[in-house]
Design a protein around this ligand. Structure first.
Ligand SMILES: [Zn+2]
Length: 265
C-alpha cells in the first residue's frame, strides 16, 4: 500500500519534472547507488526564469528514500543578503540542495537571490516578514507576518512557500493554529551550532559535523559570512560520513502536516 503510494508519487514527480525541465535533477546517481553528493547539477535556463512570472519554479522532491540512506537537511535562515550568492556557489559546486527560510523584508530587498535559490533546486520557506517573535503576537499579527512573506516570495518568484519556520523557534498554540490554517508545517531544527553568537567558521563546522545524525535538520544563517565560509568543509566532512543532502520536503517525503512541528525525521 505504502509502496504503491510512493511509486505513484514518484511517477507524478517525474511527470512534473519533465514538464518543468527538472528531469535532470532527479539524481540518477541515487538510483545507481551513488548517494554521496547527487543533487542539482543544472540551473534553470532563461525561459524557465521568465516562466517564474507565471507560476512556481520549485524543483519537485527527488526520489531519495531517507528511510534507507543517511539524509540530512541543511537550512539557512534570515537572508537573503548579498553574501547568499557565495553560499549558492558553494552549494552548486558540490551539487548540494538546501532549504532557505528567508525573512520577507529581505526578500523584498534581494528578490533576485530568492529566484536564484529556487532556480538552483533549493527549497524556499517562510521565516516571517520582520523576524518577529511570533509567540508574543496576536493571531492577526502572526497571520500578517506570514502572509506578507508569502506575497513577497510569490512576487519575486511566482512560487508560494509551503513551509514556515518561526523566528527563534518560538511558537505556541496561536502560531500552530495560524500555520495550520495557512496549510504550513512548522520546521524547527535538531542541530543548532549557535552560529549567530560564535562567529567562527571552525566552531560552526565542528558543532554541525559533531552533532549531525541521520534525519536531522541543521540550522544555520546565511547572513553570517563566517557560517557561509564553514559550509564547504561541513559538506565535505558530512559527505565523507555518507550523508546525502536533502531539502526539508525531501527529508519527509513530502509528508508534513500543517501546524505541526518538525525537528528531525
Ligand atoms: Zn531567524
Amino acid at each position: 500500500m505504502m509502496g504503491q503510494a510512493l511509486v505513484r508519487r514518484g511517477a507524478a514527480a517525474m511527470a512534473v519534472a519533465a514538464a518543468c525541465g527538472w528531469a535532470s535533477s532527479l539524481a540518477p546517481g541515487v538510483a545507481a547507488g551513488n548517494v554521496g553528493l547527487a543533487a542539482s547539477r543544472q540551473t534553470v535556463n532563461q525561459a524557465q526564469l521568465v516562466s517564474a512570472q507565471r507560476g512556481p519554479v520549485a524543483a519537485p522532491p527527488r526520489k531519495i528514500d531517507c528511510r534507507k540512506v543517511k539524509c540530512i537537511a541543511l537550512t539557512f535562515d534570515d537572508g537573503p543578503v548579498s553574501g547568499t550568492g557565495k553560499l549558492l556557489k558553494y552549494l552548486a559546486a558540490r551539487h548540494v540542495r538546501a532549504t532557505f527560510f528567508p525573512v520577507g523584508r529581505n526578500v523584498k530587498a534581494h528578490p533576485e537571490m530568492v529566484r536564484k535559490e529556487l532556480a538552483a533546486g533549493h527549497e524556499v520557506g517562510n521565516h516571517s516578514y520582520t523576524h518577529a517573535d511570533l509567540s508574543r503576537l496576536s493571531t492577526a499579527r502572526i497571520t500578517s507576518e506570514i502572509t506578507k512573506t508569502q506575497k513577497a516570495v510569490r512576487a519575486a518568484t511566482g512560487f508560494t512557500p509551503k513551509l514556515m519556520r518561526p523566528p527563534y523557534g518560538a511558537t505556541n498554540s496561536r502560531v500552530a493554529a495560524v500555520t495550520k490554517r495557512l496549510g504550513m508545517p512548522q520546521v524547527i531544527w535538531a542541530v543548532d551550532p549557535l552560529d549567530w553568537r560564535d562567529r567562527n567558521s571552525k566552531t560552526v563546522e565542528s558543532r554541525v559535523v559533531g552533532h549531525a545524525r541521520p534525519g536531522y535538520i541543521v540550522l544555520m544563517h546565511d547572513i553570517h559570512p563566517t557560517t557561509v565560509a564553514a559550509v564547504p568543509r561541513i559538506i565535505s566532512r558530512l559527505a565523507a560520513k555518507g550523508y546525502v543532502f536533502v531539502t526539508v520536503s525531501e527529508l519527509f517525503a513530502n509528508h508534513l502536516t500543517p501546524g505541526k512541528k518538525y525537528a528531525r525525521r
